[in-house]
Design a protein around this ligand. Sequence first.
Ligand SMILES: CC(C)(COP(=O)(O)OP(=O)(O)OC[C@H]1O[C@@H](n2cnc3c(N)ncnc32)[C@H](O)[C@@H]1OP(=O)(O)O)[C@@H](O)C(=O)NCCC(=O)NCCS
Length: 176
Amino acid sequence: MGKYRKNTVAASRVSMSELVMPNDTNPLGNLMGGKLMQWMDICAAISAQRHCNRNVVTVAVDSVEFVNVIALGEVVVIEGEITRAYRTSMEVALCVWAEDLRTGSKRLCTTSYYSYVAVDSKGKPVPVPPVIPETKSEKQRYEEAQQRRDQRLKHSQKIRDMARKFEVQGDEDIDE
Ligand SMILES: CC(C)(COP(=O)(O)OP(=O)(O)OC[C@H]1O[C@@H](n2cnc3c(N)ncnc32)[C@H](O)[C@@H]1OP(=O)(O)O)[C@@H](O)C(=O)NCCC(=O)NCCS
């Protein structure tokens, strides 16, 4: 942390390892998807907080596809780093690996992007510093973040419109 330039992607980097225990698995003895998404959320939130030094809340989770099962006794390695920040929001890229400690082999299990908003003690959004991408791939991901954000905000608008519609319907039901 201290050895990296402030506000760079590298300064936000997090690597987290979790051992899959019986309580984390489904009846087939494989890690449950929801448990993995919770660990991903923790890893990404640490990365976002490392960048902005504020409390953050999760505002959006991009699609997560589980391409490989992770078995009881394997280690889940989750790597997270910030890609870009806007006024109060941040996007974090996640990469998840399953590690078999008996063979030392590692398989990629999923990747995703989680988004966070920095908030004050009342939960009100507060500004965050911009991200400084340094390498070629960091700069590419930074540029591509704009398109992902546009998609998310479009989707968010749809959900908010739908929620408003349900609220109106709910009120009408109560009046009857
Ligand atoms: C996230 C939250 C603080 C945003 O508050 P808000 O009053 O809607 O604030 P704004 O409309 O100003 O949005 C704040 C930022 O979030 C961004 N945002 C909003 N919806 C988004 C989405 N679906 N995806 C990505 N960013 C989103 C906005 O673009 C804005 O970013 P910017 O300041 O960088 O431009 C508020 O909606 C909240 O508290 N949500 C619940 C969070 C939570 O509890 N998470 C845990 C899971 S239940």
